[in-house]
Design a protein around this ligand. Structure first.
Ligand code: SF4
Length: 231
């Protein structure tokens, strides 16, 4: 797709979803990542806990973690097996416990403290490059830290974002990380975070993985997946 046309389609998608899903932003405020808004270390830890689990279980794990380890210093010193038991509700507890400890150790080694404020001074690409050197941190998690921890333009591509955009054939990209690069390059910066939030809400409630609600979808008139299904 021609670059200008892609930018226009992403803006159009944002405008349609924003008009049809007015509660999306409000619902996002109840999500685990929103809990860390403005605190990049918190977002990073929550993003690790959120991998391969539901928002509900992620929140259970995070609340349990903060009750047991009220400071990053205490968390960094945690016994790994005990930490895994503490976050068991979030699944994959052993590997997440190991990653959390490794990530905190890397933060300490970098600047001598459990903080990421310095990262906000960098360009997005540089920040991503550093974040993705951390164990278990991919481009999606880096974008979550940038978008919600630093309140900067980013468009993390999760399973919902990936599915919806591919069904709509707005992009032709089979790899989520490459899709994220493409979207962050061509989506107007001012709507990147909003579009991420809207697409997740849309993917959960309308364009669901199975049995999408195409009959109620505001995008059915322009959706190749719907046309193929109906023909
Ligand atoms: S028409 Fe169906 S498949 Fe297409 S975007 Fe809407 S819900 Fe998803």
């Amino acid at each position: 797709m021609i670059i200008g046309a892609l930018r226009q389609r992403l803006q159009h998608l944002h405008d349609i979803l924003a008009a049809s899903l007015p509660a999306a932003a409000l619902l996002h405020q109840q999500s685990p990542l929103h809990l860390g808004a403005g605190d990049p270390v918190k977002v990073l830890i929550i993003a690790i806990l959120s991998q391969a689990t539901s928002d509900h279980n992620c929140l259970l794990a995070y609340n349990s973690l903060r009750q047991t380890y009220p400071s990053w210093e205490a968390l960094a010193l945690a016994d790994e097996a005990q930490l895994a038991a503490t976050i068991r509700a979030g699944g994959l507890a052993n590997s997440k416990a190991a990653r959390i400890k490794q990530v905190l150790a890397a933060l300490k080694a970098e600047r001598g403290e459990y903080a990421l404020d310095w990262l906000g001074e960098l360009e997005r690409a540089e920040a991503y490059a550093w974040l993705t050197t951390l164990p278990g941190v991919g481009l999606k998690t880096a974008a979550c830290v940038w978008a919600f921890g630093f309140n900067k333009p980013a468009l993390p591509v999760d399973t919902h974002v990936f599915r919806v955009l591919n069904r709509l054939k707005i992009v032709n990209q089979s790899q989520p990380e490459k899709l994220q690069v493409e979207l962050e390059t061509h989506t107007p910066p001012a709507i990147q975070r909003d579009l991420h939030v809207l697409l997740i809400h849309f993917g959960r409630t309308v364009c669901r993985p199975r049995n999408p609600l195409c009959e109620k979808c505001p995008l059915s008139g322009e959706c190749p997946f719907f046309f193929a299904k109906s023909s």
